[in-house]
Design a protein around this ligand. Sequence first.
Ligand SMILES: NC(=O)c1ccc[n+]([C@@H]2O[C@H](COP(=O)([O-])OP(=O)(O)OC[C@H]3O[C@@H](n4cnc5c(N)ncnc54)[C@H](O)[C@@H]3O)[C@@H](O)[C@H]2O)c1
Length: 419
Amino acid sequence: MIKYDIKDMALASDGKRRIEWADARMPVLQAIRQRFAREKPLGGYTIGGCLHVTTETANLMRTLKAGGATVALCASNPLSTQDDVAASLVKNYGIAVFAINGEDKTTYYRHIHQVLDSKPQLTMDDGADLVSTLHADRRELLPQIMAGTEETTTGVIRLRAMAKDGALAFPIIAVNDSKTKHFFDNRYGTGQSTIDGIIRATNHLFAGSTVVVAGYGWCGRGFAVRSAGMGAHVIVTEVDPVKGIEAAMDGFRVMPMAKAVPLGDLFVTLTGDINVIRPEHFAKMKDGAIVCNSGHFNVELDLDGLKKISKAVRMVRPHVAEYTLRSGRRVHILAEGRLINLAAAEGHPAVVMDMSFANQALGLEYLVKLKKPLSKDVHMIPAKIDDKIAEMKLASMGIRIDRLTPEQKKYLASWQMGT
Ligand SMILES: NC(=O)c1ccc[n+]([C@@H]2O[C@H](COP(=O)([O-])OP(=O)(O)OC[C@H]3O[C@@H](n4cnc5c(N)ncnc54)[C@H](O)[C@@H]3O)[C@@H](O)[C@H]2O)c1
């Protein structure tokens, strides 16, 4: 009998249909699952996962189980859990899930502890909350942990900081840093699903509106380009001079947030940084401005500061909180400042998560097959695995590309030929 804590088991059949819909769009993960079912590379291992509980994650969990692993899963964000998926994972796929959409902070951490109670040897994180909790509160479990994986930019940054301080007790594979992850998931996935979340929450018309994008990294670029494609006037704010030039040469206006605030109709943070939009910014926004975050944590917006300059707060639509400032202006905050694409929409499309989660599955297989353990640091997935995923994805899309001729191989490796 598996343990679990989910909202409602009666939702399982809806969840199963949606998991199957996503699976049909994840051919690379499907192929890995079929091989895992034959070879059982993860046989005997227990994996503790802390990921957004979505249909795509469900297919990753199925793949790990097919590979022989015992899996326990909790959410990596209190608002991203799809309760029907959680129910189906328990009922139809026999996977231990501890996640309820809208859970409070205490429940969120209790669920992380319940996953750790399964005594995993391998961890799988999206934002490093599982690994942080392990190191802070469950140190007795550290000796049995072999290694882990990390899905997102913010998690990788946190884990690199731990490794730098000598605090990381086991090696981590930075799935985010694979080319087949951040080139596609962060750019096209976040780019599209952030727009999806904003539209579902507000029915906002992008055409003709001024959209301020904070952060022109992988996610910010994806979102800015797609917003412009829908007819928005895009303004970019940055702290990195190179990214500032890139945004300007991509055709966007670039300026400090303080200058952008009176101009924007919609503000989206995608930085991984803290307090990017602060009370002095909220105070100067247009009446009715919409503000949301699609970076990993809800710290990008200073909502405590916003409360202090507000005289009233009310919910005006699901996911839309209207703050009335003391000046009388109104600012609309979406999804409590949490990842808008996962809170108000479904997260990234399965087609991109296919590659991200192929990295997760093959990353774990790589870790368990290693003859010599990796150092207690943050490591990349070997380029060979990254390239293999790209080849599998391209083949699944029915696209063929050229191969280097022997002469070209020689030329590209030579400093004497053809000058
Ligand atoms: N919504 C999602 O589903 C999703 C998916 C992938 C990643 N993420 C998260 O999105 C965030 C960004 O990820 P990324 O891969 O684009 O990272 P990135 O490092 O490529 O880009 C972040 C950018 O933000 C800029 N920045 C930092 N502080 C800033 C500030 N105060 N003002 C303006 N710009 C600032 C940096 O200079 C950098 O260019 C991370 O938190 C990541 O974990 C979210």
